[in-house]
Ligand binder design. Structure first.
Ligand code: BGP
Length: 467
């Protein structure tokens, strides 16, 4: 028997400014750290990416044709404020008004992220979210967006605070490529959660129509064995990557259990953090004001105790079996070879999303509602005469959709799903051969081709039946 989704279940496609727009220095856009970082690496750049800067009418029309109700997108901070604050770039402001007008014309609802990994370089160079002054600049930029873009109903403050902080200061995969600095990692996490709370409070205390939430990357952790050491390792990894952020979002402070785990991790790495108690005033105020939680989920992890020096190899080339993830005092994420995984070593475990959803309902009952804001399969799609038969992607989606539907049946309030990604996009550390789109992009000609999965998605959207 085929499972069904609720009639009002929203089906969307996700993008992010830097990964689709291109035009990275056009019409007054200010630089971001990625621009120079990618040039220095010499593998690829985000120019022209999917050329959404010019192709947005094409992509929004494709949404309409394929029954994609909603477009998740982000505003590039440095298009609006080239230096992060101060002078406004009117051309950048006009551009987003045009995109929203096109959405309206085609009946597509925009879900807009204010920050998706692209802090303006001027602020990034001053310490990004380690620098408390930058919190003020972020809050002012968010308020500017609320005041200016009245066309937008659904806002999210940040995309993936955990990967943002850990890729900068723990794995070192993102600029400034710092590794294993738990003090910086946790400070950045907290500062972004505080910035989120400030933006939520401004939105709720202002005269704005709409909803606001945050998008978290949440990855379930399971112990690699029943041994108490492995069980504890999974608990520590979960405390840092899930509980710390979920406590901040929905409690407005960190529970005693969470802080015990965090302090254990910090001590094992010979460091500590200090959090200003006053931050919890704003955070507690915001905790019951989140209209929704956005969840990005692609993978689950099995964790084994690990107390040696940290070691990391981030598989960015799609050479299967190369990923290494061992953090001193937290654990080692093992590669379960009995489970399917992508060429980039991302374990495919659809049950994980069910466990995660049920757990959120239990642990954070004030979550209100959930949108799956990213999920999808990174794949080396084969293009043959304009035809892309991506059955593996359809299988992946079917698996996740079934477990999302099961969670809904079991009482979790999930209101919609956004596939990552709408069309093929630029990937931060993987470039262009890791494709996720419903629409294949020929990056030479910028022509779009619907993949088989786009027709599958359309059918599910029309019938709410998971085939
Ligand atoms: C999330 C990000 C997206 C996107 C996606 C896929 O972490 O929010 O921006 O990149 O992951 O990741 P990747 O491109 O590394 O495969």
């Amino acid at each position: 028997e085929l499972r069904k989704l609720p009639e009002d279940f929203l089906m969307g496609g996700a993008t992010a400014a830097y990964q689709v727009e291109g035009a990275i220095d056009k019409d007054g856009k200010g630089p971001v750290a990625w621009d120079t970082f990618l040039v220095e690496k010499g593998r690829y750049t985000a120019e022209p990416a999917s050329d959404f800067y010019h192709q947005y009418p094409v992509d929004i029309e494709l949404c309409k044709k394929f029954k994609i109700d909603s477009l998740r997108m982000s505003i590039a901070w440095s298009r609006i404020f080239p230096n992060g604050y101060g002078e406004i770039n009117q051309k950048g402001v006009d551009y987003y008004h045009q995109v929203f007008a096109e959405c309206k014309k085609q009946g597509i609802t925009p879900f807009v992220t204010i920050h998706h990994f692209d802090t303006p370089k001027a602020l990034f160079d001053e310490g990004d979210f380690l620098n408390r002054e930058n919190i003020e600049h972020f809050v002012n930029y968010a308020k500017f967006c609320f005041d200016e873009f009245k066309e937008v109903y659904y806002w999210s403050t940040f995309n993936e605070i955990y990967p943002a902080a850990t890729n900068q200061y723990l794995t070192g995969a993102f600029p400034p490529e710092i590794q294993f600095d738990l003090q910086k990692t946790i400070t950045a996490l907290h500062n972004m959660m505080y910035a989120h709370a400030r933006a939520v409070n401004i939105f709720k205390e202002g005269d704005y129509e709409g909803e606001i939430g945050v998008v978290h990357s949440l990855e379930p952790k399971y112990p690699a064995s029943d041994s108490p050491e492995d069980v504890h390792a999974a608990e520590l990894d979960d405390a840092l990557s899930v509980k710390f952020l979920m406590d901040a979002t929905y409690l407005g402070y960190y529970s005693e259990h969470t802080m015990t785990c965090i302090n254990e991790i910090l001590e094992a790495n010979d460091t500590s953090i200090s959090i200003d108690e006053n931050d919890f005033i704003e955070m507690k105020k915001a905790a019951n004001r989140n209209d929704y939680l956005g969840i990005n989920n692609y993978v689950s992890h099995w964790v084994k105790a690990y107390n040696d020096e940290s070691q990391m190899f981030y598989n960015t080339t799609g050479e299967k079996g190369t990923q290494v993830y061992r953090i001193k005092g937290i654990g080692e994420r093992i590669q379960r070879t009995d489970l399917p995984r992508t060429d980039w070593d991302w374990l495919i475990y659809p049950e994980g999303i069910y466990d995660l959803l049920v757990r959120i309902k239990q642990d954070y009952p004030n979550y209100q509602k959930i949108y799956i804001t990213e999920n999808g399969l990174g794949y080396k799609d084969k293009f043959e005469d304009g035809i892309i038969l991506d059955d593996d992607r359809i299988d992946y989606l079917r698996g996740y959709f079934n477990y999302i539907a099961k969670a809904i049946e079991d009482g979790v309030n999930v209101k919609g799903y956004f596939i990552w990604s709408l069309m093929d996009v630029f990937s931060w550390v993987n470039g262009y051969n890791k494709r996720y789109g419903l629409f294949y992009v020929d990056f030479e000609t910028q022509k779009r081709y619907p993949k088989e999965s786009a027709y599958w998605y359309k059918f599910v959207s029309e019938t709410k039946t998971i085939i």
